[in-house]
Design a protein around this ligand. Sequence first.
Ligand code: CP
Length: 335
Amino acid sequence: MMTPVRTWNRKDLIGIEELSRPEIELILDTAPQFVAVSARESGIKKVPLLQGRLVVNWFYEPSTRTRTSFELAAKRLSADTLSIAASASSSVKGESLHDTLANIEAMHSDIIVLRHYYAGAPHMLAKRHASHIINAGDGRHEHPTQALLDAYTMLDHVRTLRGDRHATLDGLRVALIGDVAHSRVARSNIWCLTKLGARVVLCGPRTLMPPEIGRMGVDVSYNLHEAIHDADVIYALRIQLERQQSCLFPSLREYIKLFRIDRESLKVAPPHALIMHPGPINRDVELAAEVADSSRSVVLQQVTNGVAVRMAVMHLLANQPGRRTAPAATEERAP
Ligand code: CP
């Protein structure tokens, strides 16, 4: 049995792949105090844990949930916040990521929340800059805080259902349905859920399933009924139409017929199965509107929990005594 870690020792949060189970559990165990902050009856939804710190939201791709969630989380921790939209920054004039960040750091940033279309961009910056870097989604690689808020939502549900506040995700059956190939959410969730002891089955068209994905310790099915008949959680992934250079399935109609989560397909699923989706939803494509809006859907609960989980992540990163170092300040910088 692994010893629970009670201290955080990482400068950055780049991916779930490199985290241990105790590290993931530390984040999940830190979140409830921040759920309580957001739900305060007094209406004062703030704590001073990041007072005087600067959190910079730096997004190269569109985002509704992640960007607003990080901004709100930072504000609820009493941090100062700045937002940089790539289209309005000097990157359009050719400035490199390193130079942009060096200039932001010259204004004494503490935490950088980066979403970038290049897999590996947050990792590259984290190696060379002193700010705490949080990956808010990099290409098809990872979206770690999405997986953490998803795990928190599942854990909260399981604990409530079983009346056991120490219940874990061990043995939970989670079906991830849809566009696995393009999904950083799927990759982070696979790492997170398997590390937490859940059993994960992936299901979707063969053309949207990466070869060798089974090596990540998951089952793979190409039949929706087979994937969801014993699922505790059915997690629909967004069909990423914007990332598909070629038609990877014959038509949306075909996809809907075979893989949509709707009232009809849910007839084979256990009645207790939770419905989840990371958003934004293509309504009536991967998830029927009637199911997305039903009482078994926790889609908006995921969003609510996202703020608390991101508060937990920023608190752990920024408030660890003596951990912040300036790595390789003299190292040669890539263009
Ligand atoms: N789930 C998610 O990443 O949503 P956004 O793209 O709106 O941030």
